[in-house]
Design a protein around this ligand. Structure first.
Ligand code: NAD
Ligand code: DAU
Length: 359
């Protein structure tokens, strides 16, 4: 039975990936989830699978060399899927150091542990061992408004925020392991994800939550920055297909072919909320465009991201399956059905973050 080590599996994409993998492989794989449970890590996201015999959780920091080495010495790990990171751009602008520590040092610790566990004396590797580093399209910087430009795997790396600089650094470390040690790894650079379990510091869940509570909807700058939105299950599937069918050592861009301005996203959410809420719901009357509030722009705000996912399609057959109009309904439905989840994650520290961030 193949054993996966998933880092950051209690976060948004990591938990969706674990659910996806158990739906697909059920009892045929084993997953060990290592996460130190920062503000973004939430074991509630995994409540329905935590009793499985083929799932286990280890609370550990990926920068803790001893703890990570121990996981590799106690388990015969076949696949590493590395999600753990500080992931929010605004937080990186306020406090860059933790981004360097987790995203760069943490990745180095993992690479080293995997290499030590997997490398034979002659420099070859044990059979069928693979490491996948989950990264972002933000490493490529920003595209002009002109919608004919795209990010390719060959696009120059040009990060602008401390977050994207730390992710670009970790990508380069993985690339250095591939080039220097012939380490069996892939890097994936994905566009903006949305879906269940996303922490409401990110645009889509923040707008859903604020609108449902009749709160203002903060739009940075002119609201015309463009992101390429991908439903999170499509990302999970892409990661699996890269490990199953991709060429080792390669970088793959993953994107939704779904570019939208932030202001369009907000208007779609308002419209969809209104369509989905029954007329009897008292919140409905307050959900309209008068909630939209333009606020100070993000520092160094990247204008446009857009992925050309041609290479992953050619090599693995993957393509983004979920249309945005369907994905956003699934997402809103999930938040309707998980009001307690939202209440829990927005109590305490979130309130402090929100006051400071949006004051
Ligand atoms: P998230 O913030 O929701 O989750 C991150 C998880 O990592 C949390 O569970 C957290 O507890 C854990 N973590 C943080 N520091 C850790 C440490 N030192 N040791 C162990 N665990 C730690 O992030 P996400 O949005 O799910 O993103 C996951 C990965 O995907 C990140 O690497 C991110 O750069 C990348 N990515 C995200 C998006 C997106 O749209 N969210 C798009 C492309 C790539
Ligand atoms: O592109 C992939 C990246 O997408 C990931 O690597 C990051 O981990 C993830 O956080 C996300 O980064 P963004 O900065 O694009 O996502 P965010 O949801 O923070 O913002 C999306 C856009 O919405 C961006 O242009 C900023 C804008 N925005 C965001 C917030 C939180 C607003 O206008 N108002 C807001 O309140």
């Amino acid at each position: 039975m193949r054993t996966y080590l998933v880092t950051g599996g209690a976060g948004f994409i990591g938990s969706n990936y674990i659910h996806y993998m158990f739906r697909k492989y059920d009892g045929d794989i084993r997953i060990i989830n290592v996460d130190c449970l920062t503000y973004a890590g939430n074991l509630e996201n995994l409540r329905d699978i935590e009793q499985r015999d083929n799932y286990s959780f280890v609370k550990a920091d990926i920068c803790d060399k001893e703890a990570i080495d121990r996981i590799f010495s106690e388990n015969d790990i076949d696949r590493v899927v590395h999600f753990a990171a500080e992931s929010h751009v605004d937080r990186s602008i306020r406090d860059p150091e933790i981004f360097v520590r987790t995203n760069v040092l943490g990745t180095a610790v993992l690479l080293n542990a995997a290499r030590k566990a997997w490398e034979n004396e002659d420099g070859s590797y044990k059979e069928d061992k693979k490491f996948l580093h989950v990264s972002t399209d933000e490493v490529y910087g920003s595209l002009p408004d002109d919608d004919s430009a795209f990010f390719y795997e060959t696009s120059p790396v040009d990060p602008h925020s401390p977050y994207s600089a730390s992710k670009a650094s970790s990508d380069m470390l993985v690339k250095a392991y591939i080039d220097t040690y012939r380490f069996p790894a892939n890097i994936t650079n994905c566009s903006n994800n949305y879906g269940p379990y996303q922490f409401p510091e990110k645009l889509i869940p923040l707008i859903i939550n604020n609108a449902l509570n009749g709160k203002k909807l903060p739009v940075y700058g002119d609201g015309r920055n463009v992101r390429d939105w991908l439903y999170v299950d499509d990302h999970a599937k892409a990661i699996d297909m890269v490990q199953e069918k991709g060429r080792l050592g390669e970088r793959y861009n993953i994107g939704g072919h779904n570019e939208k301005q932030n202001i369009e996203i907000i208007k779609i959410i308002l419209q969809t909320l209104n369509e989905m809420l029954p007329d009897s719901d008292p919140r409905k009357s307050a959900i309209n465009e008068s909630l939209i509030t333009y606020v100070e722009d993000r520092k160094g705000h990247d204008r446009r991201y857009a992925i050309a996912p041609d290479k992953i399609k050619a090599d693995t057959g993957w393509y983004p399956e979920t249309m945005f109009k369907d994905g956003i309904r699934l997402t809103i439905k999930w938040y309707f059905e998980h009001e307690d989840w939202m209440k829990n994650v927005t109590s305490g520290d979130y309130q402090k973050y929100y006051q400071e961030m949006y004051k």
